[in-house]
Design a protein. Structure first.
Length: 147
């Protein structure tokens, strides 16, 4: 190689221009390689009559798969079944789109037991974060929605 290349390393405070350029380059490559225009957002929210948000589930679907990216219930409303209600609604919306699989990631300090109770199974477990913590990839097969 005859070029004089410069390698820059940033352990902290990465320059925003570098992050944006890498993100844009990968995005352009991905768009050329896969039909990412078919990825669709999916969101379910639960509110009080006055509009106050109690919780929600956010994700996206692509083909037969749906990814749950975030599930949150307001702290004073946890343990009352709202999370399960949000998950059932999220799953129903995914099934109505034709999705057959939902997957998610959760840390051991978050909610793996909650998801197991809802029928999710562990697909992978990554350890080595902080001592005693693990990250789980979980999945659940869905029944297709009736037409």
């Amino acid at each position: 190689m005859s070029e004089n290349l410069i390698l820059s390393c940033h352990a902290e405070d990465c320059p925003s221009e570098l992050l944006a350029a890498i993100d844009a380059g990968l995005h352009a490559h991905n768009l050329a390689a896969a039909p990412l225009d078919q990825v669709r957002s999916l969101a379910v929210g639960m509110h009080l009559p006055d509009g106050a948000l109690l919780g929600g589930a956010l994700g996206r679907s692509w083909g037969l798969c749906c990814e749950l990216q975030q599930l949150w219930v307001r702290e004073d409303r946890r343990g009352q079944g709202l999370g399960a209600t949000l998950m059932r609604a999220f799953e129903a919306q995914a099934a109505a789109r034709g999705c057959e699989l939902i997957y998610l990631e959760t840390f051991s300090f978050q909610a793996p037991g909650f998801y197991r109770h809802l029928g999710y199974e562990e697909a992978a477990c990554l350890e080595g974060f902080a001592p005693g913590l693990a990250k789980y990839l979980m999945r659940k097969r869905l029944e297709r929605a009736a037409p």
